[in-house]
Design a protein around this ligand. Structure first.
Ligand code: NAD
Length: 359
């Protein structure tokens, strides 16, 4: 163990229970003293959001189904306006990272406390990181005010995620844990959570792909996603998250699927500099000798997209993406030259197996 670390616990409260979206949100709101809540969702999640709004009764002043991917500034402005007009004293965000991102934008701009009810494995609910997109450029920042005051995990909400989205969203979560294991601000506590998060998701995702309606694997995956999200909130992400950010921003590639395709290539690249992280991943993946190869094979077995080409990256986008990634600093255990970045992206573009990891 490296006995030199800093660990700062984030003030998070979690309620985890089947059915909690409607049974736990009202007591959580009461505990926070909130009586005029605005419920937020995307259009697809409207039915669930309505059920949450109904469960709040008179403590709900409105439902705003305006969340869209990457939180465009105009969408955030409109939601802040709705919250102000309704004199809301807090928000409940019901949905994936997009709905929770909208709740964070309102928390940032209007100071309203947020209760998060996640329906995917993306992990935003566990982080003090906000994101806003203006003119095609996404800015992000850390602010303790956007960390949800309470997170209500209800595995039943995730039953409607189709197998394909379940797998890519789970791989997205797993990527947070993988990079937390070698982050510059890694700590033994976060590494424990990361290893357990990977173990839970790697066990649950094949079971979900086989039977998306089975409740046990859904609970196990959401538990893993919680832990992986906490890792994301506590550490500084590296090359993998940097490349995903670039590919999402510059080429509008789908968030979770991009994480799924890219992760094995970055892990293989970093492996010579990350022996302890690789050992933790091996343990979490049931003793698999090469974690990068195992994750690549797992994604294929579960029918995930195979390559960046499949996701719509144009071949001539590789040099541009490599240039963008190289031009802004990021934390990574192994320095990556522009040539290294092009090599990683070229392999991920083709979907060929990642090179063997260092032992
Ligand atoms: P998302 O919230 O956009 O959801 C993806 C799709 O899945 C949407 O069409 C949504 O309607 C649908 N969906 C959500 N839950 C569902 C369910 N239970 N059943 C069926 N369909 C469902 O995507 P996401 O992957 O959850 O989040 C991605 C966004 O979150 C990105 O913008 C990303 O940048 C952001 N994010 C932010 C942080 C952070 O810390 N700030 C962390 C992770 C992700």
């Amino acid at each position: 163990m490296n006995g030199d670390f800093v660990y700062e616990a984030l003030p998070m409260r979690v309620v985890f229970r089947p059915g909690a979206a409607t049974t736990a949100v009202p007591p959580e709101a009461a505990r926070l003293g909130l009586r005029r809540l605005l419920v937020l969702s995307g259009t697809r999640g409207l039915g669930t959001a309505q059920a949450v709004a109904d469960s709040l009764g008179e403590s709900c002043v409105g439902l705003h189904p305006g969340a869209v991917m990457h939180v465009p500034v105009e969408v955030a402005d409109e939601a802040v306006e709705v919250a102000r007009k309704l004199d809301a004293d807090g928000c409940v965000a019901v949905g994936g990272g997009s709905a929770i991102g909208l709740g964070k934008a309102i928390a940032l701009r209007a100071g309203l406390p947020l209760i998060a009810v996640p329906s995917t494995y993306a992990g935003s609910e566990m982080t003090p990181v906000w994101g806003l997109t203006e003119g095609g450029v996404k800015s992000t920042g850390r602010d303790p005010r956007v960390l949800p005051r309470s997170v209500v995990y209800d595995p039943e909400l995730t039953l409607t995620m189709p197998p394909a989205l379940s797998v890519t969203s789970g791989m997205n979560a797993l990527a947070h844990a993988a990079e937390a294991l070698y982050a510059p601000d890694a700590s033994p506590v976060i590494s424990l959570m990361a290893e357990e998060g990977v173990r839970s998701l790697a066990a649950a995702l094949p079971a979900i792909a086989e039977d998306p309606s089975a409740s046990g694997p859904r609970a196990q995956a959401l538990y893993g996603a919680w832990l992986c999200g906490a890792c994301l909130g506590a550490t500084t992400m590296g090359l993998h998250h940097k490349l995903c950010h670039v590919l999402g921003g510059a080429f509008d590639l789908p968030h979770a699927a991009t994480h799924t395709v890219l992760l094995p290539y970055v892990l293989a690249f970093n492996s010579s500099a990350t022996p302890a992280a690789s050992a933790a991943l091996r343990r979490a993946l049931g003793g698999a000798p090469d974690p990068a190869a195992e994750l690549h094979a797992l994604a294929r077995r579960l029918g995930a997209p195979r390559s960046l080409a499949d996701l719509g990256l144009p071949a001539d986008g590789i040099p541009h993406a490599a240039h963008l990634a190289a031009s802004a600093p990021y934390a990574n255990p192994r320095p990556a030259s522009p040539d290294d970045l092009r090599t990683i992206l070229t392999s991920a573009y083709a979907g060929t197996p990642p090179p063997p990891s260092a032992a």
